[in-house]
Write a new protein. Structure first.
Lengths: 121, 162
């Protein structure tokens, strides 16, 4: 998978409320499918399907213990998402800060009062 | 009166995200900056180091716009759409579709409504992005919520609570 495909898979996985709830549960520690199915009033096959999506997205991994196969959260994959998310947010912020500066320039050109900038970005 | 230059992001319905930001300028200037290529390409640049080699705007209802950005390492990102409503200086409605379709369900465009309210020479820009599906919106909202948070699991908690 390319990094972009990986991100697609991750966001698709995160777009479902049940899968987000599963991740929220796994933040507190690893759990088996049975333990995960309990609070959701869902069948184990239904939960297993969600787990497969999360696993494919690299958000969780499954233990080798054949009986229990405990699920755990993959911190590294989440860190990757967060990095990307942070950049996305920064894009909006950076764009609007540049727009602030451009607007000051346009106001000055028209002879409108320009507030002194606290700090030039 | 202080001016709130922090981005505010909310989700009023299950298919929408609303971004609000104040600007210290009359709305006609803000509107110009959003619709004139020579102005737009000076601020809508994305991450540091990116440029906007393509910025084409046919500002009429049914007219198209097309933006292409170039990253420092040669990455390219394109986006475009069609104007649905143009009423300067207070309202602009257009469809929006990224080339990558990363956030567009089956190539279905989002609808972006920009509303500009002026008060005492200042402008509040309210951008409402209506996504083609709730799933697409959820993914996008998760991005915005998570991005503003603390590092580590504190950030994840909020992402999951979306």
């Amino acid at each position: 998978m390319t990094p972009s495909d990986q991100l697609d898979a991750t966001f698709a996985a995160l777009a479902d409320p049940t899968r987000r709830a599963i991740l929220a549960r796994l933040v507190t520690g690893e759990a088996s499918v049975t333990e995960l199915a309990e609070p959701f009033a869902m069948s184990q096959p239904a939960i297993s399907k969600h787990l497969k999506v999360l696993e494919r997205a690299g958000l969780i991994s499954r233990g080798r213990d054949a009986q229990r196969r405990p699920c755990r959260i993959e911190a590294e994959a989440l860190a990757g998402v967060n990095d990307w998310l942070e950049r996305y947010r920064q894009v909006w912020d950076a764009n609007f800060q540049r727009l602030d500066n451009l607007l000051d320039e346009l106001k000055a050109k028209e002879g409108l009062p320009v507030a002194r900038r606290r700090k030039d970005s | 009166m202080t001016i709130e230059k922090t981005l505010k992001i909310t989700a009023p319905t299950d298919r929408e995200i609303v971004v609000v930001r104040d600007f210290d300028a009359p709305r006609r200037l803000v509107f110009d900056c959003m619709t004139k290529p020579e102005l737009l390409r000076r601020w809508m640049l994305g991450p540091p180091g990116w440029t906007m080699p393509v910025c084409e705007i046919d500002l009429r209802v049914g007219g198209a716009y097309r933006y292409v950005w170039l990253g420092e390492n040669g990455e390219e990102m394109g986006m475009g759409g069609v104007y649905q409503e143009i009423s300067p200086p207070d309202r602009l409605v257009a469809t929006e579709l990224f080339d990558t379709e990363m956030f567009d369900a089956a190539g279905e465009p989002s609808l972006v409504t920009s509303e500009l309210a002026e008060h005492g020479g200042r402008t509040t820009l309210t951008t409402t992005i209506r996504y083609p599906s709730k799933a697409v919106r959820d993914a996008m909202l998760a991005t915005d919520m998570a991005a503003g948070m603390e590092a580590g699991y504190a950030r994840l908690d909020a992402l999951l609570a979306a």
